[in-house]
Design a protein around this ligand. Structure first.
Ligand SMILES: Nc1ncnc2c1ncn2[C@@H]1O[C@H](COP(=O)(O)OP(=O)(O)OP(=O)(O)O)[C@@H](O)[C@H]1O
Length: 272
């Protein structure tokens, strides 16, 4: 369960092609990082994977089922989406927001069951917002809202989760907590990320977009090369392995420094 396969996805607005023949494969329980500079097409691709937009070409399958064949409610019973723009009614409490995660499993006028309440309690705990559950949504900080949205997604007990930069408001402790939690769930995840080091540390597989095309895809150790970082991000980087864990480690160096002094070479003083 939980295989996402997108093949040959293209999408255009007016004359501009925002995605061009993009493939993305997320196997059961894999954490797939979606990387790329601002405007490279990450959010657009996630929206197409979520069925919020229809591709002009290509297909998306969840296990053996074409996304186009899912009833909305059936899809919502397996797929959770954590979007970047958090638009939730200000009048709700945090717990009420998280309760929304149970909507696909309830009749319109059904009360929450004890089992629902337990799932909600557990989601609030996992996302570390249990102590905020009775607060009004609008009183939360950006990072707390982001964690509460994660709790709502977890309350869906999804097989797959799509997350658009879920760590951008989080302090480092909560960034690590979130990625470790996602890894431990065994749920298939596609996560748009900007932090290449976190991607290297927590993702099984990476897809790097550049101007709407896949620039590279594969294991982090294969994908994250100085060449890739230079070509896609226009940044010079030193890439080595963290000595204790062996994880890929990226140290950024600006292109200007390289031009002046060369990578890894200290600037030459005028009087030497
Ligand atoms: N509806 C639209 N009409 C016109 N252009 C659009 C539309 N939606 C997205 N774009 C453009 O498509 C490109 C890709 O946008 P997208 O939001 O997918 O990028 P992203 O990789 O998620 O960027 P970021 O890292 O900044 O969040 C951008 O140049 C954006 O301006």
């Amino acid at each position: 369960m939980g295989h996402i396969a997108a093949v040959g996805i293209s999408w255009s607005v007016k004359q501009s092609r925002l995605l061009d023949s993009v493939d993305l494969d997320a196997h059961d329980g894999q954490v797939v990082g979606l990387l790329g500079p601002n405007g490279s097409g990450k959010t657009t691709l996630l929206r197409l994977l979520a069925g919020l937009r229809r591709p002009d070409a290509g297909t998306v399958h969840y296990d053996d089922t074409d996304l186009r064949d899912f009833a909305r409610r059936t899809l919502a019973r397996r797929l959770a989406v954590v979007e970047q723009d958090i638009s939730t009614s200000d009048t709700l409490t945090v717990r009420q927001v998280v309760e929304l995660g149970r909507t696909p499993f309830r009749g319109r006028f059904d009360a929450l069951t004890d089992a629902d309440e337990q799932i909600i309690d557990s989601a609030l705990e996992q996302a570390d917002v249990a102590d905020k559950q009775h607060r009004s949504w609008h009183t939360l900080s950006g990072g707390e809202k982001q964690r509460a949205q994660l709790a709502r997604a977890l309350a869906q007990q999804p097989r797959e989760i799509l997350l658009d930069e879920p760590t951008n408001h989080l302090d480092i402790r909560h960034q690590l907590d979130l990625l470790e939690l996602l890894r431990s769930l065994g749920v298939t995840c596609v996560i748009a990320l900007h932090d290449l080091n976190l991607a290297a540390q927590y993702c099984d597989h990476l897809v790097v977009l550049d101007h709407g095309r896949v620039a590279a895809a594969g294991r982090p150790s294969v994908v994250l090369t100085p060449d890739l970082v230079r070509t896609v991000y226009d940044v010079d980087a030193l890439i080595d392995h963290e000595p204790t864990t062996g994880t890929i480690r990226i140290t950024y160096r600006s292109a200007r420094k390289r031009t002046n002094s060369g990578i890894g070479t200290p600037p030459v003083s005028a009087d030497t």
